[in-house]
Design a protein around this ligand. Structure first.
Ligand SMILES: [Ca+2]
Length: 221
């Protein structure tokens, strides 16, 4: 998942794991995060930090000193601050590592929730084009449908029309105000009266404010 602005993860936790003391763990529960699709993993600390660190115990595969939870707690909610990962693609894993001695019941988690404050500023910036543009329709040649894409760096009154080679309006695909962004319309090869038009060359014309451009399109039946 991509972490948005003000990202936070919460879940409910119930734990029964063997601890050595109130701060030292034989058996461990913890969360890890990867931002490279699972190549590498980092310890993800909850708000307030973990209660324990893993002791020196070769029978448990985690490195000595790994921050974790251990001991007993009944259902409680844990919270993780994801703001350091805003805009990154993140994967999470929940690890329970135990030796074979003094086995307790283990770890239960429930109601995992990851929230953010909606689309991050960087996301919306990336989707706003730098300049007006009319793209070549695709597919081209086409029969009978083709998509005409265009870019609006700011809100504008947009008119997209299909013309015949004789300069007559065949179809008006868009006539109205649109907000900034990547836009597209589909032409289904019919005129403004809903009739299919014949094979041949057509022009797609787009105007948006002061901007104007056109592309040649080939309808091949
Ligand atoms: Ca144990």
């Amino acid at each position: 998942m991509c972490v948005g602005a003000d990202g936070e993860m919460t879940f409910w936790s119930w734990l029964a794991a063997e601890e050595e003391s109130a701060t030292s763990a034989w058996d461990c529960a913890l969360v890890e995060i990867s931002t490279d699709g699972g190549e590498t993993w980092s310890n993800l600390a909850p708000v307030g930090g973990y209660s324990h660190v893993k002791n020196n115990n070769p029978a448990n595969p985690l490195p000595t000193g790994t921050p974790c939870w251990s001991g007993m707690h009944t259902w409680r909610e844990e919270t993780f601050d994801l703001t350091p990962y805003e805009g990154q693609s993140a994967t999470f894993r929940f690890r329970f590592a135990s030796d074979a001695l003094e086995t307790e019941e283990g770890w239960y988690i429930d109601d995992v929730s990851i929230t953010s404050a909606g689309t991050g500023v960087s996301d919306s910036d990336a989707s706003i084009p730098a300049r007006f543009a009319l793209k070549q329709n695709a597919p081209n040649p086409f029969n009978p449908m083709t998509t005409i894409a265009y870019s609006l760096p700011e809100a504008a009154h947009v008119i997209v029309r299909v013309y015949s080679v004789a300069g007559k309006v065949v179809a008006t695909l868009k006539d109205g105000v649109e907000g900034a962004g990547q836009r597209s319309v589909v032409w289904d090869g019919t005129n403004d009266r809903g009739q299919s038009v014949g094979s041949g060359i057509y022009f797609c014309s787009m105007t948006a404010g002061e901007f104007s451009d056109r592309k040649m399109m080939v309808l091949l039946k």
